[in-house]
Design a protein around this ligand. Structure first.
Ligand code: M6R
Length: 366
């Protein structure tokens, strides 16, 4: 049932190009326009009542929400907040009938996400959920359900659910941008084209696996790993860090690169590994400065950049390149080397990858 792979996690990593294609084709029409699946009923009139969006989730799904905030605000020009479900539900948040509440959950059974959603409903919000499991509790209790087409995800560490959640965020951003008349026809078409080209590029990223495995086999015994980035790279940094800690039990930490010098840089030592995500063209020079800061403390730097930005090699111990795409879309590509790194480090350490200690696939207690 693992289809020839050693673990479900690896199988699911490799299923991502297909899962992304499925999620796109369910929600795009023949003219390349977003046409959301019939379980999303939200109309232009409904949307006109909305003055803000609140995205709530836990764990990996929360990390998808962080990217969602970035792209929805950028494309649709509507304010978006993102919160962790266990925080949102106890803080008496500003939510009313003008709020669109978006819950993101692979399982659709996460207790905190469900309760946060019920709280938002009580306050009058319209609830749209991005869910993988058909007929799950979150799906049943939502006004609109946007299903990710990831297929069953068995490994505790979420991979293809995350990338399909990201696809839903991009599709929602385009859908809202259109309703809000915030995007030109040309920008819209261009974004859709780049989105459709992503799964092919992801197939190229997967070809890096042997190199990443070799790197993991060299560095698996390090006990401190940092992930830094700016813009959407900071959100991907959180996800990369979570993947590594949950399956390899290595102490890892993610931080927005600009925050380093406000405290965390004190932890840098020669044996520290830093994954420096530098895929944002707009912020590339800023990231190079951050990399130089950590390099000066003799940390081991593994950089990730878009093809063509080879000047980063002068400041890094290793560099991996992702195919070129829009800054907003890089998370779909850049997360994959981080998933593979976590996987191969855990494998080198002999960890139980699909069922890590202390964790359950769906967290139905708070
Ligand atoms: O089923 P959900 O998406 O609601 O689950 C949320 C988190 O429990 C989940 O993403 C968790 O963080 C994963 N183990 C991460 O790989």
């Amino acid at each position: 049932e693992k289809g020839g792979y050693d673990h479900f996690m690896l199988k699911e990593i490799y299923e991502q190009p297909t899962a992304i294609r499925e999620t796109l084709s369910r929600n795009l029409d023949d003219n390349g326009r977003v046409h959301l699946q019939e379980t999303v009923q939200l109309t232009k009139e409904d949307f006109e009542k909305i003055n803000k969006i609140v995205i709530v989730a836990c764990g990996t799904a929360y990390h998808a929400g962080l990217v969602g905030r970035y792209v929805i605000e950028k494309l649709a020009r509507i304010p978006v907040e993102v919160d962790i479900a266990s925080e949102f539900r106890y803080r008496d948040p500003f939510v009313d009938e003008h709020t669109l509440f978006i819950a993101i959950s692979q399982s659709g059974e996460t207790a905190d996400t469900l309760e946060a959603m019920r709280e938002a409903k009580r306050k009058g919000a319209r609830v749209l959920s991005v869910v993988n499991v058909v007929g799950s509790t979150v799906a049943r209790e939502s006004d609109d359900v946007f299903y990710t087409q990831a297929g069953p995800e068995i490994a505790v560490a979420s991979t293809k659910a995350y990338t399909t959640q990201l696809v839903c965020m991009y599709l929602l951003a385009l859908f809202f941008a259109d309703l809000n008349v915030a995007i030109s026809a040309e920008e819209y078409d261009n974004f859709v084209q780049d989105l459709e080209a992503i799964s092919g590029k992801l197939e190229d990223v997967l070809k890096m696996a042997p190199e990443i495995e070799a790197l993991a086999n060299r560095l698996y015994d390090r006990d401190q790993v940092f992930y830094i980035g700016r813009g959407v790279d900071s959100s991907v940094a959180y996800e990369g860090s979570l993947k590594l800690k949950e399956i390899s039990y290595i102490n890892s930490f993610a931080i927005a690169a600009g925050e380093l010098k406000h405290g965390t840089i004190a932890l840098m030592e020669p044996r520290t590994i830093v994954w420096a995500l530098a895929t944002q063209e707009r912020l590339f020079d800023k990231m190079v400065s951050n990399i130089q800061e950590v390099k000066a403390r003799n940390a081991h730097i593994i950089s990730l950049a878009q093809e063509g930005n080879s000047e980063i090699e002068a400041h890094s111990d290793e560099v991996f390149y992702i195919p070129r795409t829009k800054d907003e879309l890089t998370p779909l590509l850049s997360v994959v080397p981080l998933q593979l790194y976590a996987y191969y480090v855990a494998k080198a350490k002999g960890c139980e990858i699909d069922k890590p200690r202390n964790l359950a696939k769906s967290v139905t207690v708070e």
